[in-house]
Design a protein around this ligand. Structure first.
Ligand code: GLU
Length: 434
């Protein structure tokens, strides 16, 4: 990530704080705007979300007690189309995080050329602390709190960390039940990432991981890494990490080590992705997996691999970890996993970064396919979904390469430039109301 262009942030009243995630993300966007010499008013518009909604809502727990929950929906920009982006259920959800992730949605949707804007939301809760019934009540009550701030033509949420197909089904069901009977079925398209039986798309569950693998197939060979026999490590083994691992198996890539909140594990001969996924399903994390040895966090980062894939939360690769990282390429499957000081160190050490808005845009791309299928009352087979996803990911990778060449910049700045190019064009065509 780039240093903060302070002038625009100062004009908007930000108190300069380089450790703040929002300022880091906006810093990157503004750096790309300045690389392209984009108009100042566009920089000001993009440096703040359009709407920031904070909701407090009570839910009854199984014990009979009531608890007050805090939910967010941040709608960053909708110049390209309806707002789109996930909902996160996590104890660390804050306005600052949701705002940052909403900006990244605007950027990735534009980079992949989806006719969608950017948004993000969430509830500050550890979903593992709730029973299934409590989780359902939180999801339904959060949906009613969001009310008309979401809708199939306006803002379309999706899964993110701590949410999944079941929660999307509860949200869609609540929304549909709150809609007038005559338009009820169009209401199903209010969220994507639903179960296939209830309007979901084939290939959506694996989509983010599949998108990462398409990007690796497209870019790694020209960076001198053959997927066949390549060694790699994963930070996080949730939906994205485990699908990256499963989809790299046919390439004969070797998963050497994995770290998550329960520990770090290594097997020099390779870890079986499917068996590890079964262990994580049962135990809640990679810790205690029998077919690998335990290691410390520092040992994990120092382990030599060709590729490291951060697939967990933001700001994981800080300066300290970047000093230890021992790989040729970092592919950012998570959103904003590298801090600006971490990025500087990786660059100085000659480690290339495949930026998040390129690597992890496969999830929202298949979400877009789901939304299209719902609205056209169609259902595509998995082959069609994969073929279209591959096409979108390869085209996005080409755009990033072209921008890197044109602006003589690193891949992250290039990815933002390729995204901003489209946003700038549409602002120029549409003009600013009135
Ligand atoms: N939460 C995912 C992301 O960060 C998917 C968003 C969506 O499908 O709308 O890209």
């Amino acid at each position: 990530m780039a240093d903060l262009p302070e002038n625009v942030l100062t004009e908007l009243g930000f108190r300069y704080d380089p450790s703040d995630l929002y300022q880091q993300v906006i810093g990157d966007v503004l750096h790309a705007c300045q690389t392209m010499d984009l108009p100042r008013h566009l920089q000001l518009i993009l440096a703040q979300p359009k709407n920031e909604i904070i909701m407090h809502f009570p839910v009854q727990l199984d014990s009979g007690e009531y608890k007050l929950f805090k939910g967010y929906r941040v709608q960053h920009n909708n110049i390209l189309g309806p707002y789109k982006g996930g909902l996160r259920f996590h104890a660390g959800v804050s306005l600052d995080h949701v705002k940052s992730l909403a900006v990244l949605m605007t950027m990735k949707n534009s980079l992949v050329r989806l006719p969608l804007g950017g948004a993000k939301g969430g509830v500050q809760v550890d979903p593992r602390s709730l029973s299934q019934d409590e989780l359902m009540r939180v999801s339904r009550r959060f949906t009613s709190a969001m009310g008309d701030n979401i809708g199939p033509d306006y803002d379309i949420p999706a899964p993110d960390v701590g949410t999944g197909a079941q929660i999307m089904a509860w949200i869609a069901d609540t929304y549909v039940n709150m809609s007038p009977a005559t338009t009820r079925w169009t209401g199903q398209a209010v969220v994507t990432g639903k179960p296939v039986e209830f309007g979901g798309s084939q290939g959506r569950e694996k989509a983010t991981g599949q998108g990462v693998v398409y990007i690796l197939e497209e870019l790694l060979p020209e960076m001198g890494i053959d997927l066949n026999g390549m060694t790699y490590s994963l930070v996080g083994y949730g939906n994205v990490g485990s699908w990256v691992a499963r989809l790299l198996t046919p390439h004969q890539s070797v998963l050497k080590c994995v770290i998550d909140h329960t520990g770090a594990i290594i097997n020099e001969k390779g870890i079986d992705p499917v068996k590890l996924a079964a262990h994580v399903d049962e135990m809640g994390g990679v810790g205690g997996y029998e077919a690998a040895d335990e290691m410390t966090e520092d040992e994990f980062y120092k382990t030599r691999v060709d590729l490291m894939v951060p697939a967990a939360l933001e700001q994981m690769i800080d300066a300290r970890k970047a000093e230890m990282v021992n790989c040729k390429v970092v592919a950012e499957a998570a959103n904003a996993p590298t801090t600006p000081p971490g990025e500087r160190i990786l660059k100085d050490r000659g480690i290339s970064i495949l930026p998040a808005i390129l690597c992890n845009s496969g999830g929202v791309t298949v979400s877009y396919f789901e939304w299209r299928q719902n609205r056209q009352a169609e259902s595509w087979d998995e082959e069609t979904v994969d073929k279209n996803l591959r096409r979108h990911m390869y085209a996005a990778a080409q755009r990033v390469k072209l921008a890197a060449h044109r602006y003589e910049c690193d891949m992250r700045t290039a990815a933002y430039c390729a995204a901003l190019d489209q946003i700038d064009k549409v602002y120029k065509i549409r003009g600013i109301f009135p």
